[in-house]
Design a binder for this molecule. Sequence first.
Ligand SMILES: [Fe+2]
Ligand SMILES: [Fe+2]
Length: 101
Amino acid sequence: MKTGKGQEVLGEVLNELAAYTITHFSNEERLMATFGFPGYALHKKEHEGFTQKVLKLNDNFKCGKYLITVEIMQFLREWLITHIRGTDQKYAPFLISKGVS
Ligand SMILES: [Fe+2]
Ligand SMILES: [Fe+2]
Protein backbone atom coordinates (compact mmCIF):
# COMPACT_ATOMS: atom_id res chain seq x y z
CA MET A 1 0.00 0.00 0.00
CA LYS A 2 2.81 2.40 0.86
CA THR A 3 4.33 1.98 -2.59
CA GLY A 4 1.00 2.39 -4.41
CA LYS A 5 0.70 -1.28 -5.32
CA GLY A 6 -2.13 -2.03 -2.92
CA GLN A 7 -4.79 -2.90 -5.50
CA GLU A 8 -2.32 -4.95 -7.51
CA VAL A 9 -1.40 -7.30 -4.72
CA LEU A 10 -4.73 -7.27 -2.92
CA GLY A 11 -6.29 -9.90 -5.17
CA GLU A 12 -3.45 -12.27 -4.52
CA VAL A 13 -3.51 -11.60 -0.79
CA LEU A 14 -7.27 -12.18 -0.62
CA ASN A 15 -6.97 -15.45 -2.52
CA GLU A 16 -4.26 -16.71 -0.22
CA LEU A 17 -6.08 -15.50 2.84
CA ALA A 18 -9.30 -17.25 1.83
CA ALA A 19 -7.46 -20.54 1.28
CA TYR A 20 -5.41 -20.22 4.46
CA THR A 21 -8.43 -19.23 6.55
CA ILE A 22 -10.32 -22.36 5.53
CA THR A 23 -7.38 -24.68 6.24
CA HIS A 24 -6.43 -23.02 9.52
CA PHE A 25 -9.96 -22.93 10.88
CA SER A 26 -10.76 -26.51 9.96
CA ASN A 27 -7.55 -27.69 11.67
CA GLU A 28 -8.43 -25.74 14.80
CA GLU A 29 -12.00 -26.98 14.78
CA ARG A 30 -10.91 -30.57 14.32
CA LEU A 31 -8.63 -30.33 17.39
CA MET A 32 -11.30 -28.65 19.50
CA ALA A 33 -13.90 -31.22 18.51
CA THR A 34 -11.54 -34.17 19.04
CA PHE A 35 -10.74 -33.11 22.60
CA GLY A 36 -14.21 -31.86 23.47
CA PHE A 37 -13.39 -28.20 24.03
CA PRO A 38 -16.43 -26.68 25.79
CA GLY A 39 -16.25 -23.40 23.82
CA TYR A 40 -16.25 -25.18 20.47
CA ALA A 41 -19.64 -24.03 19.15
CA LEU A 42 -19.01 -20.37 19.89
CA HIS A 43 -15.50 -20.49 18.47
CA LYS A 44 -16.73 -22.18 15.31
CA LYS A 45 -19.37 -19.49 14.91
CA GLU A 46 -16.68 -16.80 15.03
CA HIS A 47 -14.70 -18.70 12.39
CA GLU A 48 -17.77 -18.94 10.17
CA GLY A 49 -18.45 -15.23 10.42
CA PHE A 50 -14.92 -14.39 9.44
CA THR A 51 -14.83 -16.93 6.61
CA GLN A 52 -18.02 -15.47 5.13
CA LYS A 53 -16.49 -12.01 5.25
CA VAL A 54 -13.22 -13.07 3.65
CA LEU A 55 -15.00 -14.98 0.88
CA LYS A 56 -17.26 -11.99 0.23
CA LEU A 57 -14.30 -9.62 0.08
CA ASN A 58 -12.61 -11.97 -2.34
CA ASP A 59 -15.75 -12.29 -4.52
CA ASN A 60 -16.35 -8.54 -4.56
CA PHE A 61 -12.80 -7.92 -5.53
CA LYS A 62 -12.97 -10.40 -8.38
CA CYS A 63 -16.22 -8.85 -9.64
CA GLY A 64 -14.40 -5.55 -9.85
CA LYS A 65 -16.43 -3.90 -7.13
CA TYR A 66 -14.72 -0.95 -5.61
CA LEU A 67 -12.98 -1.78 -2.38
CA ILE A 68 -10.95 0.47 -0.20
CA THR A 69 -7.69 -1.28 0.56
CA VAL A 70 -7.07 0.55 3.82
CA GLU A 71 -10.50 -0.42 5.14
CA ILE A 72 -9.97 -4.07 4.25
CA MET A 73 -6.57 -4.18 5.83
CA GLN A 74 -7.91 -2.52 8.99
CA PHE A 75 -10.78 -4.98 9.19
CA LEU A 76 -8.46 -7.97 8.75
CA ARG A 77 -5.95 -6.65 11.21
CA GLU A 78 -8.53 -5.90 13.88
CA TRP A 79 -10.32 -9.19 13.42
CA LEU A 80 -7.17 -11.27 13.49
CA ILE A 81 -5.85 -9.50 16.57
CA THR A 82 -9.17 -9.91 18.37
CA HIS A 83 -9.47 -13.54 17.39
CA ILE A 84 -5.89 -14.72 17.84
CA ARG A 85 -5.21 -12.76 21.03
CA GLY A 86 -8.66 -13.34 22.46
CA THR A 87 -10.70 -16.28 21.22
CA ASP A 88 -7.80 -18.55 20.25
CA GLN A 89 -6.15 -18.06 23.64
CA LYS A 90 -9.14 -19.63 25.33
CA TYR A 91 -8.62 -23.07 23.85
CA ALA A 92 -4.81 -23.08 24.12
CA PRO A 93 -4.56 -24.01 27.84
CA PHE A 94 -7.35 -26.56 27.38
CA LEU A 95 -5.57 -28.37 24.54
CA ILE A 96 -2.22 -28.21 26.35
CA SER A 97 -3.88 -29.84 29.37
CA LYS A 98 -4.96 -32.65 27.02
CA GLY A 99 -1.38 -33.19 25.92
CA VAL A 100 -1.58 -31.43 22.55
CA SER A 101 1.64 -29.65 21.67
FE1 LIG B 1 -6.46 -19.53 14.96
FE1 LIG C 1 -9.75 -19.73 16.01
